[in-house]
Design a protein around this ligand. Structure first.
Ligand code: AKG
Length: 347
């Protein structure tokens, strides 16, 4: 990442990295995607699924396996060399290492030891597909705004087909990864989460604050939109005459829980580096979600000895906020009493 990219990312909360994938990679990724869409359509047409939702690919078939630490993983279906290679794409890898490893960006907790900082993890992935729109097609309502300055994950958005200026797809409220700008957005009277973008089917609130403009992000096939999940973002209704084919790879700093997808790390075709990026950390700076069952994943509950109740904000780039360290009340109390001055000093 050069300084111009760093400045843009610090200001906007996202950047578009051009030409990350070449034509051969795009062809291979699209070929597997084609097959998936074909199978999906067959299943859904027999199930008579609602037309509006049929092209959203969310849950995928799973294949369970267990790693050397006794953690259980679910394999994913869109899995071929081209997809595996996206885990540690050579252009995006050094950018991710920097953003997820340097606590100045507000993703890695400040108390994470330096030797662990290069070790980030692919937390989960996602896919959005939309068929090309015809004038006779019904409304597409898009999605609500989400993301928060206390988030700590980073997403690489790979476009497998070009997204033009009025097509829709990824949109965001520029600069809202910083709390001062987020407050301008959340201070807008009305349902700003839903009414954030002017399209054929949706409208932006008339009292929108010009200091926090919405960007409809265009990208060529092969570009990667990298955004911080601190940024308020969402899906703009799809209006393109061509398809939307987008892949989302969501990464977290070492030792941070988010969605915890759990990949098949026993796949013999993964490289050592890819396995390292997929594997759960042996210990954590935050705690697992209470809404999930971690009994099959013992390593997901081990707190790192240097865990703290909050990340020290003094290391941050101007205007940035620290990651939220999710801990139970019990752990928080334990850390505060055991760590004494060390734990409270960062409060
Ligand atoms: O590109 C999009 O459709 C928005 C994606 C999104 O909201 C997300 O990844 O959380």
């Amino acid at each position: 990442m050069d300084n111009a990219m760093r400045d843009t990312l610090a200001r906007q909360g996202y950047i578009v990295v051009p030409n990350v994938l070449n034509q051969q990679q795009l062809d291979e990724l699209n070929q597997v995607y084609d097959q998936y869409i074909f199978e999906r359509e067959e299943t859904l047409s027999t199930a008579r699924t609602d037309k509006q939702h049929r092209f959203y690919i969310g849950a995928r078939d799973k294949h369970m396996t267990t790693d050397r630490h006794g953690n259980t993983y679910m394999g994913r279906r869109l899995w071929s060399k081209a997809y595996r290679d996206l885990i540690d794409n050579e252009t995006m890898l050094p950018i991710l290492e920097e953003l997820l490893g340097d606590p100045a960006w507000g993703h890695a907790p400040a108390h994470m030891p330096e030797e662990l900082r290069p070790s980030f993890r692919l937390d989960h992935d996602n896919i959005h597909y939309k068929p090309g729109r015809k004038p006779t097609d019904g409304a597409d309502i898009g999605g609500t705004l989400h993301g928060s300055p206390s988030s700590f994950h980073i997403t690489c958005v790979y476009e497998l087909k070009t997204v033009g200026p009025d097509d829709g797809g990824f949109g965001c409220v520029v600069g809202t990864h910083k709390p001062a700008n987020e407050q301008k957005l959340t201070g807008i009277a009305g349902d700003w989460r839903r009414n954030w973008c002017d399209t054929k089917w949706t409208s932006q609130l008339p009292n929108w604050d010009d200091d926090v403009p919405v960007h409809r992000v265009e990208a060529k096939a092969g570009d990667c939109i990298l955004f911080s999940e601190k940024l308020k973002h969402g899906t703009i209704p799809w209006a393109g005459s061509g398809e939307r084919r987008t892949l989302f790879y969501k990464y977290v700093p070492f030792g941070m829980h988010h969605g915890d997808a759990a990949y098949d790390t026993n796949d013999p075709e993964l490289t050592e580096r890819q396995k390292r990026i997929l594997e759960f950390s042996p210990c954590w700076f935050n705690e697992p979600r209470e809404d999930k069952d971690y009994s099959a994943n013992p390593a997901l509950t081990e707190l790192h000895p240097l865990a703290r109740v909050k990340s020290d904000p003094s290391v941050l780039l101007p205007g940035m906020s620290p990651p939220h360290i999710r801990l139970t009340d019990e752990t928080r109390a334990k850390l505060l009493s055991a760590g004494g001055a060390r734990a409270t000093a960062t409060l």
